[in-house]
Ligand binder design. Sequence first.
Ligand SMILES: [Zn+2]
Ligand SMILES: [Zn+2]
Length: 167
Amino acid sequence: MSDDAYRFREYSGGCQCGAVRFHATELHDNPHICYCRMCQKAMGSFFAPLVGVRHDHLTWTRGEPAVFMSSEHIARGFCSDCGTPLFYQNLEGQFVSLTIGSFDEPHLIPIRFQCGLEGRHPDFSELTAGQIEGTTEGDNDAGWVEGIRATNHQHPDHDTASWPPAE
Ligand SMILES: [Zn+2]
Ligand SMILES: [Zn+2]
């Protein structure tokens, strides 16, 4: 499999509540992480994971993202129902950069570069070095995990005919 095979397949994704869904038929070759302060604030996180999609390769299949202009040049798309950050868009560019975490299969998309390094949290280098304690879902109380599962309002990681499901 060639190095860029991840680019040439169909992808779907959307927000946490399922009100906004997208479909992409090809990705740009730039999946990356941006640590700049504006991306941090827009994600409420330490970085933004983004990959470009050309306009003609992108369809919003359910709903439409709301938009906040973080500057005159940059639109930030998000779900107005649940708040999930969905895209970064330079209005002068030819791509919409979707948030990789909102894809149904984010693990299929590699990370090719990182930018805004000056904004990277100083503890990041410790995460994979094993210096910071880690747990998995299985380390939680089973009853708690089951309670979350039983009342889960998150859209599943695949397209659905309707959402939320009919009673
Ligand atoms: Zn939503
Ligand atoms: Zn940024």
